[in-house]
Design a protein around this ligand. Structure first.
Ligand SMILES: *Cc1c(COP(=O)(O)O)cnc(C)c1O
Length: 397
């Protein structure tokens, strides 16, 4: 997944353009910037690659989620349905706009189970937020029908699946809003950064203003701009945007390399009948950022994960025990512990999350996820494939 494996002359050239004129901010200073608008260029490239009308780049993936929610008017009293397996950013963004994250079971797609989503809907629900974890997607068709029926917003967190698609549409572009992260370990990286995409002119216009203190961005004189509504500062700097431009151009190349490496590993592991793979919804195409597999039981998955590391196979994760990615270790959310006071609605809503999620536990307990790197040589991958097979056979037979 990490785009940093491919840093080269292209990134340096884009950054050099910015350093040569010294304008590190995306707005203003037009006299000095020598025609370079890197953040704007990255937005045009992102919208074009993702086949959406609009893109807004911001300072992180967490900021992208926050700005996306705010742009759709989500706030106090609203509930947002999110999966039990994700990154902590999902609930952070929801809480930061004043809304309440409602945890929901996942299925063998490793993200939102449409049946569980239906059961979680209340008259406060405003958004359904599937998270396309580890390179593959939710059953977006089913989720969209639910959202249409209940008049809800479908917000795709595609931070870990940039470059994948569903129904021939780039992931992130299927819902009302889609978000990406360009943090240091993502497929497209600019150090810290993120972006949102949408076809809604209203959401795009709101996002554009909200991420820059509510500035209206009308006219040339920043000092004379008015503030149609409150906003914050989630701007991306020109330096980060410059790196992002070069990285995004490499996306298709990166995905091809990931797919090649993924396929070698998957074919090798398919020789073990006890190993099965995560379900990819019909019409879905993965980004191949990870290979996600199931072992028959939680006990075997734990043993398998341990054996992989003992056989020298790095970058394999057992997310079930992970404190960033799985609800069981989010005691700060579940208790909850907050520095600032949560609203009464948030406190009451969060109580609903203090329950068990048996379907999530059943799937995640059996899941091992292997990060796919792009820098591996064919020999590296083949060696890795045989080690993985040996490691898993050692615990099965
Ligand atoms: C990385 C990530 C984010 C947040 O992105 P940052 O840029 O690190 O803030 C959100 N959701 C998921 C699924 C992620 O993997």
């Amino acid at each position: 997944m990490p785009g940093f494996e491919l840093f080269g002359a292209e990134e340096k050239k884009e950054v050099q353009d910015v350093l040569d004129n010294g304008v590190l901010m995306r707005y203003g200073f037009d006299g000095n910037r020598n025609g370079h608008h890197k953040a704007l260029e990255l937005e045009r490239d992102l919208a074009s690659r993702m086949q959406t009308k609009y893109a807004q780049v911001v300072s992180s993936g967490t900021a992208a989620l926050t700005v996306a929610l705010a742009s759709a008017g989500v706030g106090s009293g609203d509930e947002v349905i999110m999966p039990t397996f994700t990154f902590v950013a999902s609930f952070e963004a929801i809480l930061s706009v004043g809304a309440t994250p409602i945890l929901c079971d996942i299925d063998d797609t490793l993200t939102l189970d449409p049946k569980a989503v239906k059961e979680a809907i209340t008259n406060k629900t405003k958004v359904v937020m599937p998270v396309h974890m580890c390179g593959s997607m939710a059953d977006l068709g089913a989720l969209k029908s639910i959202c249409d029926e209940h008049n809800l917003i479908l917000l795709e967190d595609a931070c870990q699946a940039i470059g994948g698609s569903y129904d021939n549409k780039p992931l992130g572009s299927y819902g009302d809003l889609g978000c990406f992260s360009f943090d240091y370990v993502k497929t497209v990286t600019c150090g810290e950064g993120g972006g949102l995409i949408t076809n809604s002119e209203i959401f795009a216009d709101n996002a554009h203003k909200y991420q820059d203190h509510g500035h209206d961005h009308i006219g040339k004189d920043r000092g004379a701009e008015t503030h149609p509504f409150l906003g914050y500062n989630y701007r991306l700097s020109e330096l980060n945007a410059a790196v992002g431009i070069a990285q995004l151009r490499k996306l298709d190349h990166t995905i091809n390399l990931q797919e090649k490496n993924y396929t070698i590993l998957r074919n090798a592991l398919s020789s073990i009948p006890e190993v099965t793979f995560r379900r990819v919804p019909e019409t879905g195409v993965e980004s191949y950022a990870f290979l996600n597999l199931f072992l028959p039981t939680e006990e075997l998955a734990r043993k398998g994960h341990k054996a992989l590391s003992e056989y020298g196979v790095d970058t394999c994760f057992y997310w079930f025990d992970n404190n960033w990615h799985y609800y069981k270790k989010w005691e700060h959310l579940l208790e909850p512990k907050s520095l600032n006071k949560l609203s009464t609605e948030q406190q009451m809503g969060l109580r609903k999350n203090n329950r068990s999620f048996p379907s999530s536990d059943a799937w995640m307990g059996r899941t091992i996820s292997c990060l796919i790197k792009v820098g591996w040589s064919e020999r590296d991958v083949k060696e890795r494939a045989s080690k993985m097979v040996e490691a898993l056979q050692s615990i099965l037979y």
